[in-house]
Design a protein around this ligand. Structure first.
Ligand SMILES: NC(=O)c1ccc[n+]([C@@H]2O[C@H](COP(=O)([O-])OP(=O)(O)OC[C@H]3O[C@@H](n4cnc5c(N)ncnc54)[C@H](O)[C@@H]3O)[C@@H](O)[C@H]2O)c1
Length: 433
């Protein structure tokens, strides 16, 4: 974009600078906007001001550094409110005990906007369908009728979030008409993406339904994998054959040890609860969730089948993050796996290239190794939990030499079984012959 084009870009506020907020801020700054970031976490704001990474996301640090002059960070919303009409909200919406989304952070942000400001809240956080309507109602009750609301759900994938921001499959904008939806569309215009303009409730539902569908696809192929194990078929072959059907497509057909992360588990649950709150029992999603929980535990059965009791056994976990290229440990399958192994009396050693610090906050009782081979040293069995590139390309003869046993469970069907077997290891995938 030309310098002239950049200088005309609308300044924006971004409230919440986690995975979504930070990528959104860096992305819009790259497109030329002045971006005012706000976060209540003073330590995070301090680190961001100092140019320190707060999350691991490929390309993000470079993008932030390149646009440092256009991005500022604060714990107070004052500057953002003064300079920006569009306030992107990217605060967390974690699950409550009931499975409903916890909207307290979203409400805290909305309540902090002073009356009579002709601003717009642009909701990037994933919220239940109906949240926009509720907020608009409360705006008018609080004398904030000039405040507009736009639903603009985020679809980025951790691990490729910067790339996804720059090349979105689509941009969904839900609004009630008025200036704000058009202004958001204008901000995204340089990306030349397909834009879906719709009402607020439908936009909110696009996000929930998309995640629920993807989670369903994963649980479906995982169940197929489990049946393959009983019938002698190979799920990798089955998925290849299925995926060539353009009605099905090849993505999200990789069987494994279950989905995790900060989105799928909570969003699927939130949609199920949302339906339940209206009196509708979303039977399919109940199964999707249950299949996923059981899938995480099937690894334990595999280990037991080969090793007998797990008490006193040493198991190495290769990878801990919920997927490669991120340090996000939220709802990672490794959490369940480690807890189950320790409960059965096994000792656990683990290696992850970037998630160790976050893992240490969540996991106790296991040892963290500085390299894969050190994690594998003396192990009776190893489980590939996260398919980091470096873990898929290990020196298998060296792995075989480091381990005390010979069992390698490929929890992501990401390894070359022949290469593993040629090294003298016993390979077992998920649903593979
Ligand atoms: N992470 C993803 O891959 C992803 C993808 C799409 C959508 N989402 C959705 O985006 C939202 C944010 O997710 P995330 O992963 O970035 O969360 P996160 O936990 O990484 O970040 C949330 C940030 O909001 C800050 N915050 C909380 N309350 C605040 C307040 N009142 N004012 C200012 N800042 C506040 C927190 O300190 C934190 O830095 C969630 O609703 C999530 O479901 C996430």
């Amino acid at each position: 974009m030309s310098d002239a084009g950049r200088s005309q870009r609308e300044p924006i506020g971004v409230i919440g600078t986690g995975y979504v907020g930070l990528v959104t801020a860096a992305g819009f700054a790259e497109l030329g906007s002045r971006v005012f970031c706000v976060d209540i976490d003073a330590e995070k704001v301090g680190r961001l001001r100092a140019g320190e990474p707060t999350i691991y996301e490929p390309g993000l640090q470079e993008l932030l550094a390149r646009n440092a002059e256009r991005i500022s960070f604060s714990t107070e919303p004052g500057e953002a409110l003064e300079h920006a009409r569009l306030l992107f909200v990217a605060v967390g919406t974690p699950p409550t005990y009931s499975g409903d989304a916890d909207l307290s952070a979203v409400h805290a942000v909305a309540d902090a906007i002073p009356p009579a400001s002709d601003r717009a809240l642009v909701m990037k956080s994933t919220v239940p369908c109906g949240t926009g309507a509720t907020l608009l109602r409360s705006f008018s009750e609080q004398g904030k009728a000039a405040l507009a609301y736009v639903s603009c759900p985020e679809f980025l994938k951790e691990g490729s979030a910067v790339e996804d921001f720059m090349n979105p499959d689509r941009v969904v904008i839900g609004d009630e008409g008025g200036w704000a939806g058009d202004a958001v569309q204008e901000l995204y215009a340089p990306l030349r993406s397909t834009v879906v303009r719709t009402d607020i409730a439908s936009s909110e539902m696009v996000k929930l339904a998309s995640n629920a569908f993807l989670a369903t696809k994963i649980s479906f192929i995982n169940e197929i994998a489990n049946v393959c194990e009983e019938t002698g078929a190979d799920v990798v072959e089955v998925a290849r054959g299925m995926g060539l059907d353009e009605r099905i497509g090849p993505k999200f057909l990789q069987a494994g040890i279950g989905f995790g992360g900060s989105c799928f588990p909570k969003d699927v649950d939130a949609l199920k609860q949302l339906a339940g709150n209206t009196g509708y029992h979303f039977q399919l999603l109940t199964s999707v969730i249950e299949v996923n929980e059981l899938q995480k535990r099937r690894v334990i059965n595999k280990l037991q089948r080969h090793l007998g009791t797990l008490a006193g056994r040493r198991v190495a976990l290769l990878g801990l993050a919920f997927k490669p290229n991120t340090d996000d440990m939220r709802e990672a399958s490794s959490l369940v796996l480690t807890a189950r192994l320790l409960a059965d009396g096994a000792s656990v050693s683990a290696y992850d290239p970037v998630a160790e610090d976050r893992a240490r906050e969540l996991m106790a009782g296991l040892s963290f190794a500085p390299s894969p081979l050190e994690a594998l040293q003396g192990a009776d069995a190893a489980v590939l939990v996260t398919e980091w590139q470096e873990l898929c390309e290990l020196d298998w003869p060296a792995v075989a030499q480091a381990m005390a046993g010979d069992l390698l469970i490929d929890g992501r069907n990401a390894l070359d079984p022949e290469a593993v077997r040629d090294a003298g290891l016993r390979y077992e995938g998920i649903g593979r012959r």
